[in-house]
Design a protein around this ligand. Structure first.
Ligand code: MG
Length: 108
């Protein structure tokens, strides 16, 4: 298995794990971007922690957590595309969005 095949294999395994955890997810694109942003932030944190521990204390760089988080970033991006291609979020979101608008109008 070359490095690309291994990366795609890891992302596919993570997608399977996410489906087992949450089932089919059909979020609005803006909700997906928020989820992706959280995962991206976790990847940044993992890289920062590893790097700065090495700079400050000479602790050997270990990118295990970074690899896990970057894999999750890629898997969420794949899930975003799957959701977009299913197209179910449009209907689900319009009802949710309408309910929020109704709530805001009644409470103002
Ligand atoms: Mg994560």
């Amino acid at each position: 298995m070359n490095t690309r095949e291994f990366a795609m294999f890891s992302v596919n395994q993570e997608r399977d794990r996410q489906d087992r955890l949450w089932g089919e997810q059909n979020h609005h694109p803006l909700e997906w971007l928020s989820i992706l942003g959280e995962e991206f932030g976790s990847a940044c944190k993992a890289a920062n922690n590893t790097y700065w521990k090495w700079v400050k204390d000479g602790i050997t760089q270990n990118y295990e957590e970074y690899e896990k988080e970057v894999t999750q970033v890629a898997a969420v991006a794949v899930a975003m595309l799957e959701s977009l291609h299913r197209g179910k979020w449009r209907y689900q979101d319009s009802r949710k969005g309408r309910a929020i608008i109704d709530h805001l109008e009644k409470s103002s």
